[in-house]
Design a protein around this ligand. Structure first.
Ligand code: 1HN
Length: 343
């Protein structure tokens, strides 16, 4: 490998003339922007214990009324980028959001997409493009970019969910913005998970029904767990894992972000291949430990952790465990470079 020239190799007057002309030499920076063999992520493994987050979030409920917050959220900052970073990996934003009984989070629409993983509480709902979506623990609820959404709460206890957004991508592209509006009129019918998309493999007949671009906005947890348990019962080896897909196309649920749910049996380990995507894991239930690039995280219910591109990930479940994984493979597929390497 040739050693490239440095800035210091160049005469001072030449460096000053380049700066004055608004240019810079590529070669001293070449290895920073194109490292050899694999990327060199800024992202560090992150871990957020729910026991630590929950009291802070509830205190935000006392300190800041939702009217003063629009969305009452604590953002999970990538340790590699430091306190206050508005991202958990290069492409994924994670935030823990609190809505108290009777509160309303006003309607808005924005360019990034959001997915909620419901962590705690009953009676919360979100209205996406006029469709009222109940938020039950473990549900995955999507708000695709460009769809109006507002949140409400008809229950008695705090409702908490994890927001996963592709906000960093939109922000990087200088494409992130929102529009505000009045609360939406709700269609007087159950959401599509309870009507058109009640059963895997069955979709409304294409000759009679024009499917929406995002036909299924809520994936009820009970069904996901049932599917995983059935697959696990008949799997000879290995963990069970399902992809959340658009039921009409079989493709990823969103343009940039993908989601899977995993079931690990008690005492079971999993060593996924090295993947070029970054991942965020949320524990729906169970206990275990995951080593990410040598850092060990002991996890329990409702904890969240992250892995950078090409991280070495080793999961071990101490009890039967269910995890949801968010990732940016769909974006990398579209850019033409998603890759998995055997270990
Ligand atoms: C947003 O619209 C929500 O609608 C939550 O609940 C978190 C973070 C950044 C930008 C928009 C929501 C968000 C957000």
């Amino acid at each position: 490998m040739t050693q490239l020239g440095t800035l210091e190799d160049l005469p001072q007057d030449y460096r000053e003339a380049m700066t004055a002309a608004g240019v810079a030499p590529l070669w001293p920076m070449m290895r920073n922007v194109l490292p050899h063999g694999k990327p060199n992520p800024v992202t560090k493994p992150g871990f957020w214990s729910y026991d630590a987050l929950r009291p802070l979030l509830l205190r935000a409920g006392d300190l800041t009324p939702v009217e003063k917050a629009e969305r009452r959220v604590l953002v999970l900052s990538d340790p590699g980028r430091g306190a206050g970073a508005m991202q958990a990996t290069a492409s994924l934003y994670l935030g823990m959001q609190l809505l108290l009984p009777g509160e309303t989070a006003p309607a808005h629409v924005h360019t990034p997409s959001a997915v909620r993983i419901i962590v705690e509480g009953q009676g919360g709902f979100t209205v996406v493009d006029g469709e009222k979506l109940p938020m039950l623990e473990g549900d995955l609820v999507m708000t695709p970019g460009g769809d109006w959404h507002d949140h409400g709460h008809e229950g008695r206890e705090p409702v908490i969910w994890l927001d996963v957004l592709d906000l960093p991508v939109f922000y990087y592209l200088e494409g992130s913005y929102a529009t505000e509006g009045p609360l939406q009129a709700q269609r007087n019918r159950p959401d599509a998970a309870l009507v058109e998309y009640k059963s895997a493999g069955l979709v409304p007949s294409r000759s009679r029904h024009q499917a929406r671009r995002y036909p299924l906005a809520r994936f009820p947890w009970a069904r996901t767990e049932e599917a995983l348990r059935a697959m696990k019962a008949y799997a000879s080896t290995g963990i069970a894992e399902v992809d959340y897909v658009n039921p009409e196309t079989g493709q990823d649920v969103l343009p940039t972000m993908g989601f899977t749910a995993m079931m690990l049996g008690q005492g079971e380990a999993d060593q996924p291949p090295l993947r070029s995507c970054s991942s965020a894991f949320h524990v729906v239930k169970g206990r275990g430990r995951t080593t990410i690039d040598g850092t060990v995280f002991e996890w329990g219910p409702k904890d969240t952790f992250t892995a950078a591109p090409f991280a070495e990930i080793n999961h071990h479940a101490d009890e039967e465990s269910f995890l949801i994984r968010a990732h940016d493979r769909p974006l990398q597929d579209k850019l033409g470079y998603y890759e998995e390497r055997a270990r």
